[in-house]
Design a protein around this ligand. Structure first.
Ligand code: DC
Length: 228
């Protein structure tokens, strides 16, 4: 293999399995994993704790520079800090999903996050997941994947994930929120979620987790080997 670094960009809507698959892939390829959604979640959490109206883009833009956000790796696992507080669990609360989606529509938030994401990944083999990784953060990624699944399947998976974390929610509520969040994420003006022209589409609706990881690992190995 070449000694050049590789980067794998995985984008797609909520609940498509991006983080589970990206994490497994990073482990297998001995690469760093960066969950960029966690960063928008931390901004949303911080600003909503401070009582900001997240639909007011000007206030969000003015406040984002003051958020003391840090991404740290502890035993190979990504943790997100706000000041000295590890918020890695708090950002998974269901209401933080909508807060993250709202703040992520604000260009000043995106500028700060994209710069931080590029800095963290610089010079390393990386698997990054999010909404704009292939289109904006890593336009020259070695491999770009657009991961999707039906809304019902994604909501079913999200319900299971929340249950495992002791944060159970009704299926219909999860489905409705997911549809609304996808709408917001695909219709915002700044870097909306979309499939990059050169991304491979992988629909995991009928795939097990293992089969999804296997499919993407095959694409990744092929792309890594094909590098000039
Ligand atoms: O991946 P997630 O569900 O944790 O992301 C939470 C929100 O953050 C999502 O609704 C949109 C936003 N996001 C984004 O705009 N760009 C990214 N690269 C990652 C997430």
């Amino acid at each position: 293999m070449s000694d050049k670094v590789f980067s794998i960009a995985i984008d797609g809507p909520a609940g498509a399995g991006k983080s589970t698959i990206a994490k497994a892939l990073a482990r297998e390829l001995d690469a760093m994993y960066l969950d960029t959604g966690a960063m928008y979640r931390a901004i949303g959490l911080d600003l909503s704790r401070n009582g900001l109206d997240l639909s007011d883009a000007a206030s969000v833009a003015a406040a984002v520079g003051n958020v003391d956000i840090d991404v740290r790796y502890e035993d190979g696992t990504q943790h997100i800090y706000l000041g000295n507080e590890d918020v890695s669990r708090a950002i998974r609360e269901p209401e933080v999903s909508m807060a993250a989606s709202a703040v992520s529509a604000v260009p000043e938030v995106r500028e700060r996050m994209v710069a931080l994401q590029r800095k963290i990944a610089e010079g390393q083999n990386v698997v990054m997941d999010g909404r704009d990784i292939g289109t904006k953060v890593l336009p020259n990624a070695t491999l770009k994947v657009y991961l999707t699944a039906s809304a019902e399947e994604r909501a079913r998976r999200r319900c299971l994930e929340l249950k495992e974390k002791g944060m159970e929610e009704p299926f219909d509520k999860v489905l409705q929120e997911m549809i609304q969040r996808d709408y917001q994420d695909t219709h915002r003006a700044a870097s909306p979620l979309c499939q990059a022209e050169d991304a491979k589409l992988v629909d995991t609706s009928d795939l097990t987790l293992e089969a999804s990881v296997e499919a993407i690992r095959a694409l990744a190995l092929e792309a890594i080997q094909a590098r000039s």
